[in-house]
Design a protein around this ligand. Structure first.
Ligand code: SF4
Length: 360
């Protein structure tokens, strides 16, 4: 019987051992840096299915449900155990949320922000390494600790191994005989487990479910920020499909390459900056299209589900050209708009079911 670790257990255990907690909003950030200060990053992708009435006093109703949930979750007192809040500048909504926290709410936790450049030039690596070093100096000041290069590099390597493990599970997904809902519940523990624990847990899962033959279901690609509501997996599996290709910010878009180097700040910067092409980095349409086409070829997928959080403009901007490019290469696609705090509508379920039937 597989016991999937919970977020609350992970937080309590880490705190009980004298560690600190940083709540992190989506989605790129230097995870290893925090672990070198004995701070565990716990990611906040909402959470889904909460009452967001309180957030409406601070942000407009046309801002996405992810931003509303994060703020409502804080206002309901659910981040009291956290010592820091990190808000990367992923999009305009999160930049606005960062300002609300810093200038209006002023929580007891230290609020940190983080800016990822949009390009991949050497000047961007240099900028990002300085941004990471700035975070390092802030953490030194707040904690009174000063981890040396050796300690930083040790944690960088552990995080790189955790990313390798996630990559192995995703790339061999066709050989893992497990339902998508369970598979994603497992790999999403990377959002809150210490990397060492995630590696051990994920490896056990791999050994438990690995098969010699590819599973006999219709492969599809899932694209978007996050797979919420997670009921989508049940619909896909009921129609004899499975998610073979992952273009989700929460998982597949964060398969960072492990670059060499002895300067931890530059190494972290290079790793983050060479993430797969995706909207928050402002990558061009062609790079994203090629990435999806390669994924479709590798996984033998004939369809892409764009599972997009309503009002997430940076995801929507790409869709007309991406879908046209996919169609020209014989790959079907469908757009499903979501609100992470609501169930999937019956209309969306029916459209998904019909789409999946056309792929068989
Ligand atoms: S769903 Fe889109 S707009 Fe909302 S926080 Fe995430 S990236 Fe930003």
């Amino acid at each position: 019987m597989l016991n999937i670790p919970s977020r609350n257990e992970s937080i309590k255990k880490f705190k009980a051992n004298g560690g600190g907690i940083v709540a992190v909003t989506p989605y790129h950030y230097p995870k290893a840096l925090f672990r070198a200060f004995n701070i565990l990053p716990v990611e906040l992708w909402g959470p889904p299915k909460i009452n967001t009435l309180q957030s409406k006093a601070h942000i407009q109703t046309y801002i996405c449900s992810v931003a509303h949930s994060i703020l409502a979750f804080y206002l309901q007192g659910n981040l009291d155990l956290c010592d820091f809040i990190l808000i990367p500048h992923t999009c305009d909504s999160l930049q606005g949320l960062g300002s609300i926290f810093l200038d209006f709410i002023k929580p007891k936790q230290k609020v940190l922000t983080f800016y990822m450049p949009r390009e991949r030039r050497s000047v961007d690596i240099s900028f990002l390494s300085k941004e990471i070093e700035k975070l390092y100096n802030q953490l030194c000041e707040f904690t009174g600790k000063k981890p040396d290069y050796e300690e930083l590099l040790r944690h960088i390597e552990i995080e790189e191994n955790a990313t390798r493990m996630l990559k192995k599970l995703l790339s061999e997904r066709q050989y893992l005989d497990i339902e998508d809902y369970k598979f994603y519940s497992i790999i999403r523990t990377k959002e809150f487990l210490p990397a060492e624990e995630f590696i051990e847990f994920a490896n056990n899962v791999y050994l438990m479910y690995k098969t010699d033959k590819p599973i006999n279901k219709t492969p599809i690609i899932l694209s978007g920020l996050l797979p919420e509501p997670m009921e989508i997996f049940k619909i896909i599996n009921e129609k004899n499909g499975f998610v073979a290709g992952d273009d989700l910010a929460i998982t597949g878009r964060r398969l960072y390459p492990p670059p060499e180097g002895s300067n931890p700040f530059i190494r972290l910067a290079k790793s983050l900056i060479f993430s797969p092409p995706e909207p928050s980095r402002g990558d061009n349409v062609e790079a994203r299209l090629q990435n999806l086409l390669e994924m479709a070829e590798r996984t033998n997928s004939k369809g892409v589900i764009f599972y997009i959080v309503t009002f997430c403009e940076q995801e929507y901007f790409y869709l007309p050209q991406l879908r046209k490019g996919l169609r020209e290469e014989g790959i079907k696609s469908i757009l499903i708009d979501t609100d992470i705090n609501q169930e999937l509508s019956q209309q969306a379920i029916t459209r998904l079911e019909v789409f999946l039937e056309t792929l068989q």
